[in-house]
Design a protein around this ligand. Structure first.
Ligand SMILES: *Cc1c(COP(=O)(O)O)cnc(C)c1O
Ligand code: SF4
Length: 338
C-alpha cells in the first residue's frame, strides 16, 4: 500500500476518493475477505459502505474488532428483522415542516442542507430518512425565513445532516449570510462528523468564515472513541477553539465500540486535550439494521455510574435518549428504568 498522505491532501479530493468497496477496505486493513459474510454485502446494498481513507488510517491493521472499523463495516445482522427496530424511530417524517426543516424543539431549528455524509455510520438513525426529496432549494429560503419569523422563540439554527461540512465553503457562506440576515438568530450550530473523518476539512477558509460571523458559532463533532482523535485531528479541532468557536462532542453508546467505562473515560480526556467538551452520550436510537449495536439499559447504567465516579463533572457527557414527540432530549442519569 502506498503511504497515503491524507494530511497533505485537499479535503474535497479526499471526499471524492472515499472507500466504497468492502473488499478494498478489508484488503487495506489486511483482513481476510471471509470476514465479510455474504449478508454484509447485501446489507451494504441498502446503505452503502462509505468511509474516508483518513479515517481508515486510524484503524489497526489486522484487527477485525477495531472499534472504528465496527462503526462503518456492513454487518450481516443488519438484515435481521426486529420488532423494536424500525425505519423512523424518532418520528422525524412527522416533524418535517418544510423541505430541509425539522422544528421539534422550541428555541432551535434544524436545517438540513445536504443528505450526503462523508462516512456512513451503520447505527445512524437517519439511514432510512428520505433526504433526497427533502432538501431546500435556493427558492425555498423565503419560506424558511417566513417560518422562522413566525416563530419568534427560535434563536438558534442548527445545520445538521446529512453532514453540512460536506458542502463547499462557498455554499456554506451563502447560507450563513442568509441566517445572519435574521436578527432573531443569535447562534449557529453545525453538527458534523467530517472534522473527525477528514480533519483537513477544517481549513483556513472555513475558520475565517466562521470567525467572522456575527453569530455565536458552535461546532458539535461526533466521535465515539479516543482512537478517532490522533494528534493531527486534535490540532484541527483545537484550531477552532483558538478562534472562539465552541466545540462540543456527541457520542453514541455502541456495543463493541465504547461499551466500557475506561473507553468512555479515555474519550473524554482525549477530547479535552483537543479543547472539545463532551456534550451528549446518546443511547442508540432503535433504527432498523442497528440492533447489533444495542446495549441493555442496566449495563449502560452500570457503565455510566463508573464514568461518573472517575471523571470531573465537566468531562461527563449527558446520557440522553431521544423519544419521539418529546420537547427535548430526555436525560437518563439517575433513571433506573429506561
Ligand atoms: C437533538 C436535536 C436538536 C438539538 O437539541 P439540543 O438538546 O439543543 O442539542 C434540535 N432539533 C432536533 C430535531 C434534534 O433532534
Ligand atoms: S448523519 Fe452522522 S451518524 Fe449518520 S451517517 Fe452521517 S455522519 Fe454518520
Amino acid at each position: 500500500m502506498i503511504n497515503y498522505l491524507y494530511q497533505e491532501q485537499n479535503w474535497q479530493k479526499q471526499l471524492n476518493d472515499l472507500i466504497i468497496d468492502p473488499l478494498e477496505l478489508l484488503n487495506l486493513l489486511e483482513l481476510p475477505k471471509e470476514h465479510l459474510l455474504s449478508g454484509a454485502i447485501l446489507a451494504s446494498n441498502d446503505f452503502k459502505l462509505r468511509v474516508p481513507r483518513a479515517f481508515v488510517k486510524k484503524m489497526r491493521k489486522g484487527d477485525a474488532h477495531d472499534p472504528l472499523l465496527l462503526q462503518i463495516l456492513p454487518h450481516h445482522l443488519e438484515l435481521q428483522e426486529h420488532p423494536e427496530f424500525i425505519t423512523d424511530p424518532l418520528g422525524e417524517e412527522a416533524a418535517n415542516q418544510l423541505p430541509g426543516v425539522l422544528h421539534k424543539y422550541s428555541s432551535r431549528f434544524l436545517l438540513t442542507l445536504t443528505g450526503a455524509c462523508a462516512v456512513h455510520c451503520r447505527y445512524c438513525f437517519r439511514r432510512h430518512f428520505p433526504y433526497q426529496e427533502n432538501l431546500p432549494k435556493n427558492e425555498d429560503w423565503l419560506n424558511i425565513k417566513a417560518y422562522i419569523e413566525d416563530h419568534p422563540l427560535i434563536n438558534e439554527v442548527i445545520l445538521s445532516g446529512g453532514d453540512p461540512l460536506t458542502l463547499s465553503n462557498r455554499k456554506l457562506q451563502l447560507w450563513l449570510e442568509r441566517i445572519e440576515s435574521l436578527p432573531q438568530i443569535k447562534i449557529l450550530r453545525i453538527h458534523s462528523r467530517v472534522p473527525i473523518v477528514i480533519p483537513n476539512r477544517v481549513d483556513e477558509e472555513l475558520i475565517s468564515l466562521l470567525k467572522n460571523s456575527r453569530l455565536r458559532i458552535i461546532v458539535v463533532v461526533h466521535s465515539n472513541h479516543a482512537s478517532e482523535l490522533d494528534d493531527y485531528t486534535c490540532n484541527k479541532l483545537a484550531a477552532l477553539s483558538f478562534e472562539h468557536i465552541t466545540v462540543l462532542n456527541q457520542a453514541v453508546f455502541l456495543k463493541g465500540v465504547n461499551d466500557n467505562a475506561q473507553t468512555l473515560i479515555n474519550l473524554s480526556h482525549r477530547l479535552f486535550e483537543a479543547r472539545v467538551m463532551p456534550y451528549y452520550l446518546h443511547v442508540l436510537d432503535k433504527v432498523k439494521g442497528a440492533q447489533h449495536f444495542d446495549v441493555i439499559s442496566s449495563e449502560i447504567n452500570h457503565i455510566y455510574q463508573e464514568v461518573l465516579a472517575n471523571l470531573p463533572g465537566y468531562l461527563v457527557p449527558k446520557l440522553v435518549r431521544e423519544i419521539a414527540g418529546e420537547k427535548n432530549k430526555t436525560p437518563l442519569f439517575g433513571v433506573s428504568t429506561f
